[in-house]
Design a protein around this ligand. Structure first.
Ligand SMILES: *[C@@H]1O[C@H](CO)[C@@H](O)[C@H](O)[C@H]1NC(C)=O
Ligand SMILES: *[C@@H]1O[C@H](CO)[C@@H](O)[C@H](O)[C@H]1NC(C)=O
Ligand SMILES: *[C@@H]1O[C@H](CO)[C@@H](O)[C@H](O)[C@H]1NC(C)=O
Ligand SMILES: *[C@@H]1O[C@H](CO)[C@@H](O)[C@H](O)[C@H]1NC(C)=O
Ligand SMILES: [Ca+2]
Ligand SMILES: [Ca+2]
Length: 354
């Protein structure tokens, strides 16, 4: 009898997993092959060879690039090299990104930067927030940017049980941020299971030294997060659901959903054009190729621009798309003064003239 129960349970579990597997495959298999959309004037950014997961540009044209993200099961081209933060000045003609020095005492050997965000305080101090995965754990590092020295002064490591797997952050104060947890579990195996079972347990957290709480939940896989220039709305990219959620931000930092925009692709990092409020979205047209890397058939790149997202009919246009022959696995597109920077999960980075 016990054996019968066990066999039945196993059978049911396998049937359930089989169905879930098909569902997962469909979610990863976002869409068709991309139709190429070229920008006439693009070149690779020197200094980025193994991924530039996230890019954040200051109002003065200094761009921070997070490089060298590693994750189990993910392709990476420079396994021995720790991650870092590069900087380039978009006001200059040179397209070389230089690594910022980091203050002593910070463990650079295990630095594994993911999403980044900047905050400029009233006294013009620039803080850089970095989602970090040292030894595949999850922390948020807060640095002060010291422009004269080209360096980052490490101020604080944030760890919290509500931040088990931070993917991206948007800073809203010197020690205050919203963060997306792309997975509910911090254990690697449970993470796979979670994606597999489509548990919808990923969320958005508000963190401040005074308190930490969940402000939005129920996402398939919350990933990129950013804020409108007027600071009234928070945008969350739900990668596997192929959606962007527009959330209203309240005085008490709670978020309520205003609308959901469905796109035919896996949405990753979101950046905002401060002058127009347009969203620039790094996308993965084919998630399977991104995760199961084949150099002969590499993952494509795609950058979308979304105008008037709050209107009834937002305009979604493909600004750049390439089948992987030039740029593989784009994660972010970020604009400044007619220039577009495109970062990737583990490949190179492009600078294009719009
Ligand atoms: C992915 O989608 C394409 C186009 O819809 C389809 O031809 C292909 O069989 C799908 N692949 C998998 C593994 O589901
Ligand atoms: C950028 O894209 C990568 C690839 O999925 C993702 O892991 C990461 O969270 C993204 N970065 C941000 C800032 O969203
Ligand atoms: C935050 O403010 C919103 C809107 O004013 C309100 O609906 C919500 O209950 C508040 N939440 C908390 C946790 O105080
Ligand atoms: C990508 O597109 C180029 C032309 O734009 C073509 O020559 C190449 O064969 C394509 N590569 C793949 C892997 O489809
Ligand atoms: Ca970011
Ligand atoms: Ca992301």
């Amino acid at each position: 009898m016990a054996r019968l129960v066990a066999v039945t349970a196993l059978g049911l579990a396998l049937a359930l997993l089989g169905e879930r597997f098909v569902a997962l495959r469909n979610r990863l298999n976002a869409s068709r092959e991309v139709e190429a959309v070229d920008l006439p004037n693009c070149h690779f950014i020197k200094g980025v060879e193994a991924g530039s997961e996230d890019i954040d540009i200051l109002p003065n044209g200094l761009a921070f690039l997070s490089v060298g993200l590693k994750f189990p099961g993910l392709q990476y081209f420079a396994p021995e090299k720790p991650g870092g933060i590069l900087m380039m000045d978009l006001n200059q003609e040179s397209s070389r990104a230089l690594e910022l020095r980091v203050s002593r005492g910070f463990d650079l050997a295990s630095f594994n930067p993911h999403g980044i965000s900047t905050f400029i305080d009233k006294d013009d101090t620039v803080y850089l927030f970095v989602a970090n995965h040292p030894e595949f754990k999850s922390t948020v590092e807060i640095f002060k940017f010291e422009e004269e020295e080209n360096s980052l002064l490490h101020l604080k490591t944030v760890r919290h049980e509500l931040l088990p797997s931070v993917s991206d952050i948007v800073a809203v104060g010197p020690e205050h941020f919203y963060a997306t947890n792309s997975h509910y579990f911090s254990d690697i195996f449970l993470k796979y299971l979670e994606v597999y079972l489509n548990l919808l347990w990923t969320n958005v957290i508000y963190y401040s030294p005074e308190g930490v709480r969940v402000v939005a939940e129920g996402f398939d896989s919350a990933n990129g997060i950013n804020m409108s220039p007027d600071e009234k709305y928070i945008y969350v990219a739900d990668s596997l659901a192929h959606e962007i959620h527009v959330m209203e931000k309240h005085a008490n930092w709670s978020l309520t959903q205003v609308k959901v925009l469905h796109l035919d692709t896996i949405v990753d990092n979101l950046s905002i054009d401060p002058s127009t409020g347009d969203l620039w979205v790094g996308c993965h047209p084919n998630g399977q190729k991104l995760l199961i890397y084949d150099p002969g058939n590499p993952p494509a790149s795609q950058v979308l621009r979304i105008q008037n997202i709050l209107s009834e009919t937002p305009t979604v246009s493909t600004v750049y798309a390439n089948n992987g022959s030039v740029l593989q696995g784009s994660t972010v597109g970020s604009v400044y003064g007619g220039k577009l920077l495109i970062g990737t999960l583990y490949h190179r980075a492009l600078q294009c003239q719009l």
